[in-house]
Write a protein that binds this ligand. Sequence first.
Ligand SMILES: Nc1nc2c(ncn2[C@@H]2O[C@H](COP(=O)(O)OP(=O)(O)OP(=O)(O)O)[C@@H](O)[C@H]2O)c(=O)[nH]1
Length: 302
Amino acid sequence: MSSPAIQWYPGHIAKAEKALLEQLKRIDVVLEVRDARIPLATRHPKIDQWIGAKERLLVLNRVDMIPASVRDDWDTWFRQQGTPVLFTNAQQGKGVAGLAKAAQAKGKTMNQRRHQRGLRPRPVRAVVLGFPNVGKSALINRLLKRKVVASARRPGVTRQLRWVRISDELELLDAPGVLPAQLTDQQAALKLAICDDIGEAAYDDELVAATFVEFLKQDHAQLPSRTADQPSALEALATRYGIHPTAYSGEAYLMQMSQARYQGDRQRAARQLLTDYRKGVLGTLALEYPPMVPPSTEAGSA
Ligand SMILES: Nc1nc2c(ncn2[C@@H]2O[C@H](COP(=O)(O)OP(=O)(O)OP(=O)(O)O)[C@@H](O)[C@H]2O)c(=O)[nH]1
């Protein structure tokens, strides 16, 4: 059998898991951050096991990168699952005040329980958790209203642990918990790679870029009515690169693009395509939509 398309270094996974469990020991509420472009692929299969009975708030960040109609569909879908979500744009601070309020509300419940057990009230302790590059540091900085955590475009730039008091009711760990990439689901891993949410993984840009084009074509074929305000992704590619993808497979598209623009250099074509998507140059394009039939497994776990 050929090796998987996306590979993460086992040492990194072990280290990330250990650091994560250590962080989780000390907290009351997990602010689980996912990428609004791929809210299912940015759910780690072991997250429920790791979080256990702790309180959780689910955040879909990068909401500015998806169309409003898709945001609304996700909002409805997650509500139907019994797990309301909060949408944020950490880069601009949108939705962040609501998140702080929701976290504080979890603290009130916690303190009621402490009171019943004869314990003094204390601030609720929260941590921001998620895959690399989903916007955790940007969110922490917004919650703290100042820049204490390095936030950069490259994945994997955050470390160090410290509690910072946000209010009398809320303390936040100033370093986010980083989820190790999941490799069991290669479709999800490819989406993580497309969105740059996979950290220090090894993958082939050409394969990832070709898969990106394929995903857009599949979505276009399956979801035309649901994406009314998503300017056709295929048109976005055609406008940007002067080649319409309809007639080509993902791989052939990359080939056409490289010949038209990069003297046949497919690596460069692939990198351009991925960088454009990641920077939002291709417009607001979601890569996942709520499943028509909600999977029952998501209900208690989102
Ligand atoms: N457009 C957009 N960009 C965002 C948003 N949130 C974060 N970013 C940008 O995405 C990049 C990564 O954000 P970080 O906050 O460093 O992500 P992180 O999850 O802490 O990343 P690691 O430290 O690698 O785990 C930065 O360039 C941010 O400015 C958002 O809601 N919308």
